[in-house]
Ligand binder design. Structure first.
Ligand SMILES: [Zn+2]
Length: 315
């Protein structure tokens, strides 16, 4: 008998996605822009509404939510968040979904942890012992799985690769409130801002990417600078972690082959010889990765601090 599907929800800085998940296979996803500027209550209400629409008439036993910010997965609360989601800190995500799905178990985890888990179980990180998952979009997030363990760190904050110091980012304000971090130059938001500083018009990274495709030199310069910065960050972290593979997801990671090659080259320029050729791969699950990973945490016992995840098929 086919088990009932579980529900996976992805609350990101730009968009919110909800989908029914069967194993690693997402059904059609429901998607809305995240009403970030309307505040945390609006973001949460929109996500719950989307989840209810995705659930339809199905019996839902498990709801997994991958949310931006530092998440205490034992309570489902947001411990801290950047300016990408104003007022998000302190939000009780679990309570809102519990109220909407009273008969289901609800697990809330950090969105990049969910992404990395999904890629490790079903995607580009399959079979790897050490996987660094990195999502580059509105911001730049990271998460680490070593031997089936999601490493949450001492304060749930492990994996924040967007906030390493990067040459060339000096003086640039990061959404976390500090200066000179990777996210301040390599996120979609940062690259779009840099492009505007060059006197060009762009609403989103898509506009910058389009300009680059028409041969706009300024657009290429901004994207190259972002790729170089991200590569330098990944290479530096690889020297510490020696991962089997780094899996890249998010909107920025879909900039295309030229951008990805530039990231790989910049990363390998930084790694020590012992690392050899660093593997940096694109996400295989794409848009649905966070929802898939979050649903896995809900079906298992959920991630423990530095203890193996009890996700399906992996103990
Ligand atoms: Zn930062």
């Amino acid at each position: 008998m086919t088990p009932e599907p579980s529900l996976g929800v992805d609350i990101g800085g730009t968009k919110t996605i909800a989908a029914l998940i069967q194993g690693g296979d997402p059904g059609p996803s429901h998607e809305l822009p995240t009403p970030a500027s309307d505040g945390a209550d609006a973001v949460l209400a929109s996500a719950v509404e989307l989840a209810l629409a995705a659930a339809g008439d199905h019996r839902i036993d498990h709801v997994g939510v991958g949310a931006a910010g530092v998440i205490d997965h034992s309570t489902g609360r947001v411990l801290s968040a950047t300016t990408a989601l104003p007022g998000w800190q302190g939000t009780d995500v679990q309570a809102a979904f519990k109220a909407a799905f009273p008969n289901a178990s609800v697990q809330v985890v950090n969105d990049v942890q969910a992404f990395t888990l999904a890629e490790w179980l079903y995607g580009a990180g399959r079979g790897a012992s050490t996987v660094l998952g990195v999502t580059a979009g509105t911001g730049i997030g990271g998460a680490l799985i070593i031997g089936g363990t999601i490493h949450c760190g001492a304060t749930y904050a492990a994996g924040h690769i967007g906030h390493v110091l990067i040459p060339g980012a000096e003086g640039r304000l990061c959404p976390c409130g500090k200066y000179g971090h990777l996210e301040a130059v390599a996120s979609g938001t940062a690259m779009t801002e840099r492009y505007r500083e060059l006197g060009r018009a762009a609403e989103t990274l898509r506009d910058v990417a389009h300009a680059a495709s028409t041969g706009d030199v300024a657009a290429h310069a901004v994207l190259d600078q972002g790729a170089d910065a991200l590569g330098a960050g990944l290479g530096s972290i690889a020297n510490v972690l020696d991962p089997d593979v780094i899996v890249l997801g998010g909107g920025v990671a879909r900039l295309g082959a030229r951008w990805l090659e530039r990231v790989r080259t910049a990363a390998n320029a930084v790694t020590i010889p012992a690392i050899g050729q660093l593997r940096i791969e694109e996400s295989m699950l794409g848009n649905a990765a966070v929802a898939v990973g979050a649903s896995c945490t809900a079906r298992g016992r959920g991630p423990r601090m530095n203890a193996p995840l009890a996700a399906e098929g992996h103990r």
